[in-house]
Design a binder for this molecule. Structure first.
Ligand code: HEC
Ligand code: HEC
Length: 210
C-alpha cells in the first residue's frame, strides 16, 4: 500500500515537469547544438555563466581568447590538474571549425551580474593592484592590458565577474609554468604573493561591468 502511494506521488511530481520540457523545445544552436548540450553546458551552465566556482565563467569572454584556450586544452598546452581532469576530455575531438563556433557562441552570451564582491579591505587592496600594479616588485597594473573595467581587450581576456578562486588558481598556474600557451602572464604573476593574488581576485570577482 505504502509503495503505491509513493508511485502515485512520483507520477504526479514527474508529469508537470515533463510537460514543461516538451512544450518548450531547447533552442537550436546549429552545428554545435549537441556539443553544447552533452558537454559544455553541464559544467559551464546554460549560457556560460557558471554557478559553481569550480568552473570558470566564459559568457562574454573575448572570442579570440576562447579560441586560443580551447586549442590549448586540445593540444595539452594547459597542464594544471583541472585542465587535465576536466577539459582534456571535452576538448579532445574538437575541430577548428567547432572551436570557432563555440567561441563565437560563448563570447556573445550576456554576462551575469550576480557575483558577490569580496570584503571591503580585499576590494580596496585589490583595486590598488589592478589600477597601479606593485611598482616595487615590477608588477604592472592589470588594467593596462585587461581594460579599465577588466572587460577584456583585443590583447587580454575578460576578468570582470570571474570566480575569485579560479583567478587565484590560474595566477598560480602561470607562476608554476602550467600554462604553456601563455605569452604575458607568467612574468606578470611571478612576483604576486598569495595575499595579493586573493586581493586582486576578490576585486575582479566583484566587478560587474559588461
Ligand atoms: C566536466 C566539466 C567541464 C566540461 C564538460 C567542460 N568544461 Fe570547460 N572547464 C572546466 C574546468 C574545471 C575549467 C578550468 C580548467 C583549468 O583550471 O585549467 C574549464 C575551462 C574552460 C575554458 C577556459 C576558460 C578561461 O577563462 O580560460 C574554456 C574556454 C572552456 N572550459 C570551454 C568549454 C567548452 C566549449 C566545453 C564544451 C566543449 C567545455 N568547456 C566543457 C570544466 C568543464
Ligand atoms: C602585459 C599585459 C597584461 C598585464 C599587465 C596583465 N595581464 Fe593578465 N593576461 C594577459 C594575457 C595576454 C592573458 C592570456 C594569457 C597569456 O597569454 O599570458 C592574461 C590572462 C590572465 C588571467 C587568466 C584568465 C583566465 O580566464 O584564465 C588572469 C587570471 C589574469 N590575466 C590576471 C591578471 C592580473 C591579476 C593582472 C595584474 C596583476 C594582470 N593579469 C595583468 C595580459 C596581461
Amino acid at each position: 500500500m505504502k509503495t503505491n502511494i509513493f508511485v502515485a506521488l512520483g507520477v504526479l511530481l514527474i508529469l508537470p515537469i515533463s510537460c514543461i520540457a516538451y512544450s518548450e523545445p531547447p533552442p537550436n544552436f546549429g552545428p554545435i547544438q549537441n556539443l553544447l548540450y552533452t558537454e559544455c553546458l553541464v559544467c559551464h551552465s546554460n549560457d556560460g555563466n557558471s554557478e559553481n566556482p569550480q568552473f570558470p565563467r566564459i559568457a562574454g569572454q573575448k572570442e579570440n581568447y576562447l579560441v586560443t584556450e580551447l586549442k590549448a586544452f586540445r593540444d595539452h598546452k594547459r597542464r594544471d590538474a583541472d585542465a587535465f581532469g576536466y577539459m582534456y576530455g571535452p576538448a579532445s575531438s574538437l575541430s577548428n571549425n567547432q572551436i570557432h563556433l563555440l567561441a563565437e557562441y560563448f563570447s556573445e552570451q550576456p554576462t551575469a551580474t550576480n557575483v558577490d564582491p569580496g570584503s571591503p579591505a580585499d576590494m580596496k587592496a585589490g583595486k590598488e593592484i589592478f589600477e597601479n600594479g606593485i611598482p616595487s616588485e615590477g608588477v604592472p597594473p592589470c588594467f593596462a592590458c585587461h581594460g579599465g573595467d577588466a572587460q577584456g581587450t583585443a590583447m587580454a581576456p575578460r576578468l570582470a565577474g570571474q570566480w575569485s578562486t579560479y583567478i587565484v588558481k590560474q595566477l598560480n598556474a602561470f607562476k608554476n609554468g602550467y600554462r604553456h600557451e601563455a605569452t604575458m602572464m607568467p612574468a606578470v604573476a611571478q612576483h604576486l604573493t598569495a595575499a595579493q593574488e586573493t586581493d586582486v581576485a576578490d576585486y575582479l570577482q566583484g566587478l560587474q561591468k559588461d
